[in-house]
Design a protein around this ligand. Structure first.
Ligand SMILES: Cc1cc2nc3c(=O)[nH]c(=O)nc-3n(C[C@H](O)[C@H](O)[C@H](O)COP(=O)(O)OP(=O)(O)OC[C@H]3O[C@@H](n4cnc5c(N)ncnc54)[C@H](O)[C@@H]3O)c2cc1C
Length: 479
């Protein structure tokens, strides 16, 4: 293996080697780990390009010497989607603002910019993203590569907010696309899983900066499911948490409020962090040896942090984001909106049945339910259907395993039976064959991928498993 590596390294021409040395990033032997520490890889080269020209040079060199290339944003995907043992591109130096169109309310930025920085740049120009997910640590390039979403029945995911982009494909060619120019590439590249090329710049559709008033109220799952349609439409942005092993739920509703509304904070962040991060984490850690305590902990967790009305007012992006506490196992799928209630009922029945079993599964965290408007992005879970995202989470201690796979399997079975589409950032067991049924444009995407990347330099294990047509010798991916 080492010999092979040295041989390939020697094959870099002098100019290519100089380019790689100039762009070297991170310490020698750098090991990439995703945010949750669930996947890792050791890239042979970890490079931080500064310009599009650098990326073109890297791709020509990689293609000639048969190296693979993967961009990485902030490494927040809870799967191996960004992993490579070949060339990893740290996009942190490509984070500049390139153009502002006040009339169209768009901003063009380099793809490495983190959402936190993007919010600040937008704020300075009186603009904001219309819908944001739980965190803003991601790069915009990484976020759109996996169709990252927030919630709101009238709001699309981040990929659908892109009005134009530029990528460098696997031949080193620079390709520009928008709804008017190269529309197929545009609809594919807005959620590309990093398989079509390195996205260097994107234009983001924004709206004038806004304040949100959010109100969080405790309720029951029964009440939510009895009128899910009403709940979903009861505010601009609605998120539901259901606490497994209980009938307790929380509905978070947020809508735009006049700019002069005084800002209001819901509670002591210090207390929340102290309980949420340290005490609750310790309780879950202890529950590894006493899993039957978990249903009681779920009830206590709800009572301590969620069983009261909370209200807050702030800039939109600050209200969308919240503290995701500590590393977790996560899985998330989307189903058509009209199937959301049956899916949640079935999931509850399964959890209840497990609770009756002596060694049945015990669930640590609330199930998160969000809504996204349909769009035309080929690989968005919201392609041509308005969807309900259902996310499941389990605690992940740093140094000890917890059993989560039975829960994952049951969840996936339920989602598959209800036309589910997995969230691309998360680890799932769908093969190309299943995905072709779930994502009607997957085979078109796959064809375009071959055209953009004839030598497969962007193909890593994840792309091979899920996006390239099947190798009969390969079985179902493992959780
Ligand atoms: C705590 C936490 C909270 C989260 N909350 C949400 C949420 O609310 N909603 C949601 O939908 N998701 C959520 N996610 C998932 C997250 O948004 C996605 O995993 C997102 O892709 C991460 O962005 P990143 O910059 O870290 O990308 P990475 O994980 O680094 O990369 C993801 C993919 O993008 C590719 N990529 C990155 N940059 C480029 C580029 N410039 N050109 C081409 N390809 C590129 C990579 O090669 C890889 O294939 C959350 C994840 C965590 C850990």
């Amino acid at each position: 293996m080492l010999e092979q590596q040295q041989q390939q390294q020697q094959e870099l021409a002098i100019g290519e080697r100089a380019l790689f040395d100039r762009l070297r990033s991170g310490p020698p032997g750098f090991r990439f780990r995703n945010w949750a520490g669930t996947f890792q890889s050791q890239p042979r080269w970890y490079l931080a390009p500064e310009t599009e020209q650098d990326i073109v040079g890297i791709i020509h060199a990689a293609r000639r010497t048969k190296l693979g290339v993967k961009a990485v944003g902030s490494g927040h995907s809870p799967s191996d989607i960004a992993c490579t043992d070949s060339v990893m591109l740290n996009m942190d130096k490509m984070r500049r603002v390139l153009a502002h169109d006040a009339e169209a309310c768009t901003l063009t930025v380099e793809a490495g910019i983190r959402l936190h920085d993007l919010h600040r740049e937008l704020e300075r120009r009186g603009m904001a993203l219309s819908s944001v997910g739980r965190i803003s640590d991601q790069s915009i390039g990484g976020a759109i590569a996996t169709a990252t979403h927030g919630t709101g029945i009238a709001f699309g995911d981040l990929s659908s907010a892109i009005t134009g982009l530029v990528l460098v494909d696997g031949t080193g060619a620079r390709r520009e696309c928008s709804a008017q120019s190269n529309p197929d590439l545009f609809d594919a590249a807005r959620c590309s899983l990093g398989a079509l090329g390195i996205v260097t710049r994107v234009t983001v559709q924004c709206e004038p900066a806004f304040m949100l008033r959010a109100v969080q109220t405790p309720t029951t799952l029964d009440a939510v499911l009895d009128d899910l349609d009403g709940v979903v439409r009861s505010a601009e942005h609605v998120r539901i948490w259901w606490f497994p092993h209980t009938n307790s739920a929380v509905v978070w509703r947020a809508s735009r409020t006049p700019a002069d509304t005084p800002k209001q904070s819901p509670e002591s962040l210090v207390r929340d962090r102290l309980y949420g991060f340290h005490i609750y984490q310790l309780q879950l850690y202890k529950a590894r040896c006493a899993p039957d305590d978990i249903p009681r902990l779920a009830q206590e967790h709800f009572a301590r942090r969620f069983d009261r009305r909370l209200e807050w007012v702030d800039d939109g992006y600050r209200v969308f984001n919240f503290d995701c506490l500590f590393p977790q196992y996560v899985n998330e799928w989307a189903v058509p909106l009209e199937l959301a209630a049956p899916v949640l009922r079935q999931l509850r029945s399964w959890v209840d049945a497990q609770q009756q079993e002596k060694h049945g599964a015990r669930v640590h965290f609330p199930v998160e339910v969000r809504f996204v408007r349909e769009c035309s992005v080929w690989l968005s879970p919201a392609y041509k259907r308005t969807i309900c995202h259902v996310g499941i989470i389990m605690y992940r201690p740093y140094h000890a395993p917890v059993p989560y796979k039975r829960y994952w399997r049951a969840f996936e079975d339920i989602m598959r039976a209800h036309q589910g589409r997995p969230h691309w950032a998360k680890a799932h067991t769908m093969t190309y064959r299943d995905l072709v049924d779930a994502y009607p444009r997957l085979s078109d995407f796959s064809g375009l991928r071959e055209a953009c990347d004839p030598d497969g330099i962007f193909v890593n294990d994840y792309i091979r498993r899920h996006i390239t047509p099947p190798d009969p010798a390969r079985g179902r991916p493992k959780l």
